[in-house]
Design a protein around this ligand. Sequence first.
Ligand SMILES: NC(=O)c1ccc[n+]([C@@H]2O[C@H](COP(=O)([O-])OP(=O)(O)OC[C@H]3O[C@@H](n4cnc5c(N)ncnc54)[C@H](O)[C@@H]3O)[C@@H](O)[C@H]2O)c1
Length: 397
Amino acid sequence: MKVGVPTEIKSDEYRVALTPVGARELAEHGHDVLIEKGAGEGSAISDSDYEAQGARIVPVEDVWADADLILGVKEPQPEEVGLLRSEATLFTYLHLAPAPKLTRSLCASGATCVAYETVEDRNGRLPLLAPMSEIAGKIATQAGAFMLEKPLGGRGILLGGVPGVPPANVMIIGGGAVGMHAAFIAIGMEADVFVYDTNIDRLRELDIAFGGRASTVFSSVLSIEERLPQTDLVIGAVLLHGARAPHVIRRSQLKLLKSQAVLVDVAIDQGGCFETSRPTTHRDPTFEVDGVIHYCVTNMPGAVPISSTYALTNATLPYVIALADHGIAEAARRSPGLRLGVNVAGGKVTHPAVAEGVGMEYVPAEEALGLGTPSGDGAAGADGAGATASRASPGAH
Ligand SMILES: NC(=O)c1ccc[n+]([C@@H]2O[C@H](COP(=O)([O-])OP(=O)(O)OC[C@H]3O[C@@H](n4cnc5c(N)ncnc54)[C@H](O)[C@@H]3O)[C@@H](O)[C@H]2O)c1
């Protein structure tokens, strides 16, 4: 199979979807790897690094025209959707639930579009979202601490305080991968940290992980509202798999916060979990609503590509190998977890939460891919997170 890797063209995006490690594994499996000239530069990977592992360096037109499987990081930009062929499979982050226009254009392309963020492992977790969530969580606290500085519009409070002066209060809503890593950094910076989640089992896990250095709180409208007046920094990190983010802070509640408090909405890629959020970029990351600073960058890990590219491709590679070895239909038949990643196929939306988010008809992936009744569910096999490239199949979930 021809596997293509274009350069990411979203604003301030420096990650690349395949490293030389992946190029070598694909070459070892007999695939032809086409890398756009300069695609790795933002992550300090040169064209010759790829060539040394058997890849070919080609112009961007050839990647889109020739590749059967196209690997990306962020969602395709409008000019890229125009290049997507109906026979191709696109494997990248898509975040379609809040993006009806992009969803419609991907349906119109006829291509099969597989979203990293809805692929699940055998435990129902998100192995291809987790590495970027870990990074975004750590950045969320760093960015929040920075934006709290007075010259940047914030309240002018130091996260950790100093002897004789209390630390800042940090509220983290959503204690998944983003929330836990945001909390670890906030704890390390010696803030007072409160993590909110609706999942009691998750709160139990966090309580053990924090070892008493942060508080866990059952998330509800009232419990959030009661803490807002003491809070300096709120990090929003909720997720309902594939769906548009629920609003956990409404505009009417902003007045409960201190003047020039900071909100970091990590869930902005799923539409944002604060009512007043709108997407921003690394170049212009914040805006103010009702005296509250909002930071809503949609590709936070893109700012640290040397960490992010390797964290991402470590996780995606087993799935990439499975897609290249078997093609989308057979790979999805073998792996129900990968099948959950299929968001668009045969011109239809094939993920229920995405269909609901964009208000379009839902068609099961099995039907759109012509798989009939799925078989092999529950079959033995490694999940994607643990598989090595040579154990190519992401297995049963
Ligand atoms: N902006 C970026 O650059 C960036 C990067 C990575 C991830 N993200 C996004 O961050 C979000 C979180 O990702 P994650 O990997 O941590 O997800 P996750 O599934 O690991 O965790 C989400 C948590 O939210 C909790 N939750 C759901 N509804 C809630 C509610 N109403 N109140 C409190 N908690 C609630 C869930 O129980 C779960 O523990 C996602 O939208 C993801 O796409 C953004």
